[in-house]
Design a protein around this ligand. Structure first.
Ligand SMILES: [Zn+2]
Length: 512
């Protein structure tokens, strides 16, 4: 995701730097050192279930969430999601429509019941392996009790029929602003980060949970549906409607799902090595956005030079309405506001490069937990800054010296880079504040070692889930020394450490 940035032309006010008092402590440090997918501890069976007696294991409820410190109920325990199929019978903008979600999963404990993440919409029926199941809603949890318990290791299919409400969205007071369905004049775009998937379909809604998706969307005449991955089929159905089928090809997190309907033109192109590139553009914006969209091949080549091969099988830019609030790294099909592609070149490229860079860091290397967001947004902002510095934009060192000056204030307002508090997640500390940490690392270990760390990070954890402790370990290995003390100060300390090699850089006094 990319909010407006100081030093660039922006269409919205700068982010408000408000927040609660600073919070640090041993608990956070302990968390940092035991980093990993939160499911390792949070989704274990409830007391009473013995973990090693699968045949005789007494069924118990799956945990309602993965225990992420920032969003504990997000994701679900007791099963591993294998595949997700969404069937949408789209009608008209702002109009409820019939929908079905079919999730395949494998029980990791004997399950008496399990949860999905689901909010709003109108629930009709739930089945497990074709048999009716009891389904009760509890806040954002959909608690499903199958007719008979599921033994550990059983792969099962849960099917939820509902009427989807394509107006549903929520608001956050950070850079995300509105998320969920983003209605347009003739259809919709999705912006689900951080946990808005539940407003669109029953989900296993945590960034560490990934599965392949199949999308079936039926549209009225004249409309096009698009989604992550490859267009598999486009068939005519009665009533002059069209059924579009997409295959995500590679697993993705619920927050990175894109599914858009509108009067779109599909524009095919090619990236380096013949990588298929397909832009999805509102008919009226095809010509106006052509110049900057054509830069994608250059952006791919520039990032591949630094981070290695692009990690997915295709790419494209979905041009959103001009007033879409933010750009977003929806996997294999980034969405960028139309206005950003109609203005000056530096502003256009900074968003295009930022969302593309996320495909290595944030999409391919997925977040283990939300407090690892600095790794995703920090890297995306770092490469955005580096690229624009080389292509007519603001000087990167000047921008990061400014970020350094504000870093103690951000630490106070937003939490340290790897220590966000609820409500401060998508604040400037996770953007320039975290790009600054990577810059400090570069100054600490030198350009050559830094380049090896970067490439190794996205190669080692390609298609996997990784967190802060993984990054610290990998960087230490490649630097040939323990960098944990360095990272501990930068990522968790109450004060910003000195910038290596820049003794003249100063932080401004913190204002309460
Ligand atoms: Zn971003």
């Amino acid at each position: 995701m990319n909010p407006p940035t100081a030093g660039f032309r922006t269409r919205r006010a700068a982010l408000a730097l408000t927040g609660a008092a600073g919070l640090t402590g041993a608990a956070v440090l302990a968390l940092a050192l035991t980093d990993g997918p939160p499911s390792a501890t949070a989704s274990r069976p409830a007391p009473g279930a013995s973990p090693r007696t699968s045949a005789a294991e007494r069924p118990s409820p799956g945990a309602p969430g993965l225990g992420d410190p920032l969003m504990p109920l997000d994701g679900n325990g007791g099963y591993t999601l294998r595949h997700c199929t969404l069937d949408f019978d789209w009608r008209a903008p702002g109009t409820p429509f019939p929908a079905t979600a079919t999730l395949k999963a494998t029980a990791t404990q004997a399950l008496s019941r399990f949860d999905l993440d689901f909010a709003g919409n109108t629930l009709h029926t739930v089945t497990v392996d074709g048999r009716p199941a009891k389904a009760v809603r509890d806040g954002d949890e959909l608690v499903v009790t199958p007719g008979r318990p599921l033994p550990r290791g059983r792969t099962f299919t849960v099917r939820v029929s509902y009427t989807a409400d394509p107006t549903q969205h929520r608001h956050r007071d950070d850079a995300i602003q509105d998320y969920g369905w983003m209605p347009t004049a003739d259809g919709t775009v999705l912006a689900l980060q951080p946990n808005g998937a539940r407003m669109v379909f029953p989900a296993d809604d945590h960034p560490s949970v990934r599965a392949p998706y199949t999308f079936h969307v039926t549209t009225p005449p004249g409309l096009t549906a698009v989604a992550n991955g490859r267009l598999v089929a486009r068939t005519s159905v009665p009533g002059g409607r069209t059924r579009w089928t997409y295959d995500s090809e590679q697993p993705l997190a619920a927050q990175l799902v894109q599914l858009a309907v509108g009067r779109f033109t599909l524009v095919d192109a090619a990236g380096p090595g013949g990588l298929p590139v397909r832009d999805v553009v509102p008919d009226a914006l095809v010509d106006g956005t052509a110049e900057y969209r054509a830069l994608t091949a250059d952006h791919l080549a520039w990032l591949e030079k630094r981070l290695g091969p692009y990690p997915f099988r295709r790419y494209g830019v979905l041009v959103g309405d001009p007033d879409l609030p933010v750009a977003l790294e929806t996997q294999s099909l980034s969405v960028v506001p139309g206005a950003d592609l109609l203005g000056d070149r530096v502003s256009a490229e900074r968003n295009l490069v930022h969302e593309l860079a996320h495909h290595w860091t944030g999409d391919s290397v997925a977040l283990a937990r939300w407090s690892d967001l600095w790794l995703s947004e920090g890297h995306a902002r770092y490469y955005e800054r580096l690229y624009t510095d080389e292509h007519g934009g603001p000087d990167m060192e000047d921008a990061l010296r400014d970020a350094y000056a504000q870093h103690d204030q951000w630490r106070h307002d937003d939490g340290a880079p790897a220590e966000p508090r609820a409500g401060t997640l998508f604040r400037q500390m996770r953007y320039d504040g975290s790009a600054l940490v990577l810059y400090a690392l570069r100054e600490e270990v030198g350009q050559a070692v830094f380049d090896r760390i970067e490439r190794s990070w996205v190669t080692t954890y390609r298609g996997r889930v990784a967190g802060t402790a993984d990054f610290v370990r990998l960087a230490s290995d490649l630097a040939g020394r323990d960098l944990a003390p360095f990272f501990r100060q930068w990522l968790y300390g109450a004060h910003t450490p000195p910038m290596p090699g820049r003794p003249d850089w100063r932080t401004a006094p913190v204002e309460e």
